[in-house]
Design a protein around this ligand. Structure first.
Ligand SMILES: *Cc1c(COP(=O)(O)O)cnc(C)c1O
Length: 362
């Protein structure tokens, strides 16, 4: 096998090596089945137990209460930008959106196709470096829900608290920080994520929806865009992404062996501290994007003294086995994504490279 590099990609992102090895070992023949997971019927008892196992894995790891359904859907997180308003925001109704970066704006664009949307906070003027204080949020009267993005993956801005909707259902995009820490389910009515950041392959979205929300869904939606229909059919309203669901199950098994999300949180904090420490002790050579108080534990976005140096940094890093560091095209600069699967040694290797680069190009 050729050498594996340190993969700082924001998504699709690093998957734990033991998970890839297990998938490899089971690729040609699942234990006792003699076929690949991608070759068996989704209606077979074998796949039923894989699906049930992935769901149970998520329930165990994230301590999901019984009154939440877990749905496996296709179309990634982006389809959820549309499905949330299609299910919960009719023409003439109002929803509140909190905008702290790129993905929040994408969600807003889709919601506006369905009903009235109030942007009750936006950090656009400051270049998306902050999150609001809870006290700054004034919800609209009769808002059907409030939507926010827990971790803005591109800007590297992460909420340090859960928004309290004061009775208004809270809908949260947790694509890039789900499973990085425990979730307090009492604060949420619907949580969704695209799997490719922290829990598996791309194309799969996982939706956690409180059961009473299902009762609010209007009749007559297209079947595959209707959460209630997906829930009633146990995520099998059509052929699901069987491979991705299988991988999510393996990632959950791995996470349990690692000590669960609480242990992950400790490790993630340690990794992020090493990297932010390198920014803060660089005498301004490396400048972080997010305000210090809202720095993401998952995505560390920063830049060098010039776009030219950003580019040289990323291409030299790549030659040194540090891959996927180029910032998103909308922001430029450098971004190191250090999800659960990203090893601490990779962070240390990056910090060593940063110090060496600054020394040579200072
Ligand atoms: C990656 C990402 C998305 C988009 O995910 P897709 O699966 O590509 O649709 C949405 N929201 C956040 C916070 C993300 O990080």
């Amino acid at each position: 096998m050729s050498k594996r590099v340190y993969n700082f990609s924001a998504g699709p992102a690093a998957i734990p090596l033991p998970v890839l090895e297990r998938a490899q070992a089971e690729m040609l023949s699942l234990d006792g089945i003699g076929m690949s997971v991608m070759e068996i019927s989704h209606r077979s008892s074998h796949f039923e137990s894989i699906l049930a196992g992935a769901e149970q894995g998520l329930r165990d790891v994230l301590n999901v209460p019984d009154n939440f359904k877990i749905l496996f859907l296709q179309g990634g997180a982006s389809l959820q930008f549309s499905m949330v308003p299609m299910n919960f925001l009719a023409a003439g109704e109002t929803a509140d959106y909190v905008i702290t970066g790129f993905w929040g704006r994408k969600a807003l664009t889709e919601a506006r196709r369905c009903g009235n949307v109030n942007v009750i906070y936006s950090s656009a003027d400051g270049g998306y470096r902050t999150t609001p204080e809870q006290a700054e949020l004034n919800f609209s009267k009769d808002a059907k829900y409030v939507h926010y993005v827990a971790n803005e993956t591109i800007e590297g801005v992460e909420f340090q608290y859960d928004i309290n909707g004061s009775g208004i259902p809270v809908v949260c995009d947790m694509s890039s920080n789900i499973m990085s820490k425990p979730i307090n389910w009492e604060n949420f009515s619907l949580v969704y994520n695209g799997a490719q950041k922290n829990i598996g392959p791309s194309g799969l979205a996982v939706v956690f929806i409180r059961e009473d929300m299902l009762e609010r869904i209007p009749k007559g939606l297209h079947s595959l865009l209707d959460y209630r229909n997906i829930a009633e059919n146990g995520s099998m309203a059509n052929t699901p992404n069987t491979w991705a669901i299988y991988m999510v199950g393996l990632v959950c098994d791995w996470l349990k062996e690692q000590g669960g999300v609480a242990a992950m949180q400790t490790r993630n904090r340690e990794k992020a501290a090493v990297l932010y420490g390198a920014l803060d002790t660089s005498d301004g050579y490396f400048t972080g994007h997010a305000d210090r108080s809202v720095r993401s534990m998952m995505n560390v976005s920063f830049h060098l003294p010039s776009p030219d140096l950003d580019e040289r940094f990323c291409s030299e890093a790549e030659k040194n086995g540090l891959d996927g560091l180029r910032g998103h095209r909308s922001l430029g600069g450098v971004r190191a994504s250090i999800y659960n699967a990203f090893p601490r040694e990779g962070v240390t290797a990056l910090v060593d490279f940063m110090q060496d680069f600054a020394h040579r190009n200072g």
